[in-house]
Design a protein around this ligand. Structure first.
Ligand code: FAD
Length: 283
């Protein structure tokens, strides 16, 4: 999806309630669409139908969380990656649904926690900053190992009882998770909520592209899973073409234009297979 296409929400911040309403309306429209509305192949239509089903499940999980917990007891772990971005958008839509049902529910921002990697990508940091403003996130940032950062966070925000996490089944540690799981022994104690646990890699990108959700630019450069600069590379499965070494070293000056202007890697959303998602990660 070229990033300059009209996107789901404006670049500049708008009032929180208006933003939730726009997102809710877009998702409601998406859920009402039928294959006849889509101008794509049968395979892509099947994918969109599957994403509709996953979206309904995730919204139900988020709605259940909003019944069990008050808004100041909930937080979202947000690192600018594609999975928690999808989760964030669904959460904002669910908030709007709740405002339609209860007249005294009027959220104005969203509690989030971001634990910055020790070797962060500038692009990720900028994306988190930009989207924090755009989506009006009340973001607490930490630069420490994850367990310690979460311990500090809960001390600073003692109301928080449950945290949304964008983990999916094929992530490390994702195999046995359900929609609601307390943290494991040895971790600070709170409820983890995993609304997108059963989304596949291709579902995440189908949703992002169909709804035109702005995403971190590294995904356009072949990165498919974002860690730190020391352990994350573009996914080798997305390498367009192996250029001869002389060309890579810049010794060949008469490159065809198509090579000069094209990224060496295809964008993240062209990968299809869950198993290949982390091939650009060293751990
Ligand atoms: P990703 O696939 O990028 O992360 C999956 C999701 O984790 C993201 O969508 C986001 O919601 C969250 N996340 C990841 N990194 C960050 C970050 N730096 N800042 C904010 N959010 C982030 N491990 C256990 O073994 N037992 C636990 O009980 C446990 N509880 C956790 C609770 C929370 C709130 C978080 C954020 C992590 C927890 N972890 C726990 C660690 C988790 O299992 C992963 O190891 C960790 O999220 C990194 O996953 P990943 O590399 O697959 O990243």
């Amino acid at each position: 999806m070229p990033q300059d296409e009209a996107s789901l929400i404006p670049d500049e911040p708008i009032p929180f309630s208006e933003m939730c309403s726009i997102i809710h309306s877009r998702i409601t429209t998406f859920l009402a669409e039928t294959p006849a509305d889509w101008n794509c192949t049968d395979k892509e239509k099947k994918r969109l139908e599957n994403v509709q089903a996953q979206t309904r499940i995730s919204l139900r999980v988020i709605e259940e969380a909003l019944e069990k917990y008050s808004l100041d007891e909930l937080s979202l772990s947000y690192n600018g990656g594609k999975d928690c971005l999808v989760l964030l958008v669904l959460y904002l839509a669910a908030l709007h649904s709740k405002t339609l049902k209860s007249s005294n529910f009027r959220p104005t921002s969203l509690e989030c926690v971001f634990i910055q990697s020790s070797d962060p990508f500038e692009e990720v940091t900028k994306f988190v900053e930009k989207t924090s403003r755009q989506y009006n996130l009340n973001l607490s940032r930490y630069s420490a190992p994850m367990k310690g950062a979460l311990t500090d966070y809960l001390q600073e925000k003692p109301n928080v009882q449950a945290i949304f996490v964008g983990t999916r089944r094929t992530d490390p540690h994702g195999t046995y998770l359900t929609h609601f799981d307390r943290t494991d022994h040895g971790w600070p104690d709170f409820m983890r909520i995993h609304p997108v646990i059963d989304w596949h890699y291709v579902d995440i990108w189908t949703f992002i592209c169909h709804l035109k959700i702005p995403y971190c630019c590294l995904y356009d450069q072949g990165y498919t899973s974002l860690g730190g600069t020391r352990d994350t590379h573009p996914n080798p499965k997305l390498l367009r073409i192996k250029l001869p070494e002389t060309i890579e070293n810049g010794k060949y000056t008469h490159l065809p234009d198509i090579w000069k202007n094209t990224s060496k890697y295809r964008p993240a959303w062209e990968l299809m297979d869950d198993e290949e998602e982390r091939l650009g990660r060293d751990n």
